[in-house]
Design a protein around this ligand. Structure first.
Ligand code: 13P
Length: 253
């Protein structure tokens, strides 16, 4: 059975003190995660060690970096390598978030290299895809997302893609309060799984967790997660509030 995942993406928010308070509030009552469910905390680089320590001894909870560099090591001032992230116990890395594609010009080829270097260093990528509003309005979102997957993931082997995590985040739904409808989310998630199935077979496609991201809130998570091909969410704003993110975790199937 593929994993159901509630992943927080704090983006560039919270001081360390605020982050620690948030985690203390979140774990004031133990999270109820079943065997195939995970909660993942995508936190800023400087907090990874501290938040990882807060999760020690807790089941099915993990930390994610929000990015890494695509080179092994060397004279790249200000960058953070996959090897460094692994050495501090990072579990996941969010790769190809639309904000990185847009503000930092991350190309398909660069994202393919980042996926590779994560895998080489024992880190699990959470690969983000999703169309901008203009593409949705033109009705070409299916082929757009398919192209994103092909360009950055299809060099991987079936073994490497087994149990992989993808996040579908339509850009028009991120931070806008405009969630994709259940039907829109299910339609795209089913399309992504079909594209993966056509390339890698149904067993691999069925093992991949496809998370939905874009204005997931405490009051709509259960509805979206109930869709058959939606395996949880990647959550921005609502992951900064303990009660809301707890409710989102409790909405996993
Ligand atoms: P919001 O939940 O704030 O819309 O952000 C979604 C997102 O970008 C998660 O990566």
């Amino acid at each position: 059975m593929r994993k159901q995942i509630a992943a927080a993406n704090w983006k560039m928010n919270l001081t360390l003190q605020q982050a620690e308070t948030l985690m203390d509030e979140l774990f004031a009552t133990p999270l109820e995660l079943s065997e195939n469910q995970e909660a993942v905390f995508g936190v800023p680089f400087p907090y990874l060690i501290s938040i990882k320590n807060k999760l020690a001894g807790k089941k099915n909870v993990y930390v994610a970096a929000q990015n890494c560099y695509d080179k092994k090591s060397g004279a790249y001032t200000g960058e953070v390598s996959a090897e460094m992230l692994n050495s501090i116990g990072t579990d996941y890395v969010i790769i190809g978030h639309s904000e990185r594609r847009e503000y930092f010009n991350e190309s398909h080829a660069m994202l393919a290299a980042k996926v590779n270097i994560c895998i080489e260093n024992g880190l699990k990528p959470i690969f983000c895809c999703g169309e901008p509003l203009a593409i949705r309005e033109a009705g070409t979102e299916s082929s757009f997302v398919e192209m994103q997957l092909k360009e950055s993931l299809f060099h991987l082997s079936a073994e490497q893609l087994t149990g992989f995590v993808i996040a579908y985040e339509p850009i028009w739904a991120i931070g806008t309060g405009k969630t994709a409808s259940n039907e829109q989310a299910q339609e795209m998630h089913a399309h992504i799984r079909k594209v993966l199935s056509d390339q890698y077979g149904v067993v691999v496609a069925d093992s991949i967790s496809i998370l939905y991201g874009g204005s997931v809130k405490a009051n709509n998570a259960a509805d979206i997660f109930s869709q058959p091909d939606v395996d949880g969410g990647l959550v921005g704003g609502a992951s900064l509030l303990a009660a809301d993110f707890t409710a989102i975790i409790n909405s996993l199937k």
